[in-house]
Write a protein that binds this ligand. Structure first.
Ligand code: DLZ
Length: 155
């Protein structure tokens, strides 16, 4: 999957409460994802932003579920999983991905998916929104979460 074809999203999230849940593995990449999410939320005029750090991406779904239960209008989930030499990668990725989509569907609270699942660190750095990165997945996840709240309110 490539970033080609990504939409340009401009959205007004004034008055929304957004919780960013973020894993802690791979510090440099996580710092880039977090900075991108913060920047995108500020550009969308979201001022009620809380950040909740968890150890690893496996813990993201429970944090997202708690954030939704606590009244978040949207959750932005950020994490980085890098493939190693064992099947652990697949288990962490699928637990995090399935868990986050389950949270969105069962609570109705949009969850922006900012989980990078990469073969190596360079792939993650390329997507981290850092100087020299070609993509900014933290910002994209934040924009998607806010845009989905606004879209659903139009029903
Ligand atoms: C154990 C583990 C490994 C090997 N790799 C990563 C990773 O690349 N990215 C990540 O976010 N978390 C990793 N973890 C930690 C798990 O997500 C989880 O925190 C632990 O298994 C404890 O539940």
């Amino acid at each position: 999957m490539s970033g080609a074809g990504a939409p340009s999203i401009t959205v007004d999230g004034t008055g929304l409460r957004v919780v960013v849940v973020a894993a802690s593995w791979h510090t440099e990449v996580m710092d880039g994802l977090l900075a991108g999410a913060r920047r995108a939320l500020a550009e969308a005029h979201v001022t009620d932003v809380r950040e909740l750090r968890v150890p690893g991406s496996f813990e993201l779904p429970v944090a997202a579920a708690r954030a939704a239960a606590a009244g978040a209008d949207a959750v932005v989930a950020l994490g980085v999983v890098i493939r190693g030499g064992t099947p652990h990668f697949e288990y962490v990725c699928s637990a995090a991905t399935d868990g986050l989509s389950q949270v969105a569907l069962t609570t109705g609270v949009p969850v922006g998916f900012g989980l990078l699942t990469c073969d190596d660190e360079q792939q993650a750095l390329d997507r981290a929104g850092l100087p020299g990165s070609s993509e900014d997945k933290g910002a994209e996840a934040a924009e998607a979460a806010v845009a989905t709240v606004v879209a659903l309110r139009g029903l």
